[in-house]
Design a protein around this ligand. Sequence first.
Ligand code: SF4
Length: 315
Amino acid sequence: MIKYVIRGDSMFKNTIDNKRYYTLNCFFRKKFGSKVFKVPLDIGSSCPNFSSGGCIYCSGRSVANISDGSLDIVSQFNKAKDVLEKKWPNSLYIAYFQSGTNTYGDITKFKSYVDELLGINKVVGISIATRPDALSDEWLSYLSELNKQTFLMVELGLQSSNDETLKYINRGHDVKNFTEAVEKLKNRGIFTVAHIINGLPNETKEDMLNTVKYLNNLGIDGVKIHMLYIPKNTKLASIYENNKFHVLSREEYVDIVCNELQLLNENIVIERITGDPIVSELIEPKWLVKKFCVLNEIDKEMVKRDIYQGDLVSF
Ligand code: SF4
């Protein structure tokens, strides 16, 4: 059931569990009338950016991935579903191609995976993580068809709207590439989600807020906000060891996220507002391990400031 939070003399309509931002859970409940889980899957996708050295923070592994990439796709899905179903027997599922750049490989094989997954009971959609520079015409035309067949989400990494930063982190694409990719997806009516990272080296709070303003103007459907973390054995780890750049404190991060949420239209779905580092690989920040603490601090701060998602959006 959707709850409403009183906002001044009006209601904040996109809420559940008294959150002051539009959670993915709220979006799914409205759309499907039920709890929906995205089940992360690993089809061993590579990445076009590997040949240029990869993003400086890339450890080549996905975080928060409960799937087992050694299993076939349906077994991966069912293994996760069996666990979730014990606690939430009435839930629905979205198969989430999470690891790597999923529109970079063999499209025929990918189509067969999707067909298998859509044949499973209670699968109501597909989510695909990829890069803005990996959307060929062939893939776009397939995604367009798939979008007619089922509920489709496409997730694109942006990380920052500052080209200097993108160059520094070796993203391998610029902001223009990202804008064009989003336009191509949106023109086909595809639900498009952007990933951004707070705390990238050399970025100011203003840079981070500019990134969400850019996304807001672009008409993005969903946002995943991450905190930069430094994984062991990455270029970022070497940079940090040689020259300890400023890593955001939890208080700074909470402050920035609160401001970012205010700058995002209230209809943009907030899929994530913190990260899930692999603890054994984490150098900094250690506070990120306590995910629920971070989420609680953001909720508390929004109440303290009496702010809501979208209340600083200028039309
Ligand atoms: S886009 Fe993802 S997989 Fe590719 S190099 Fe960057 S972090 Fe690694």
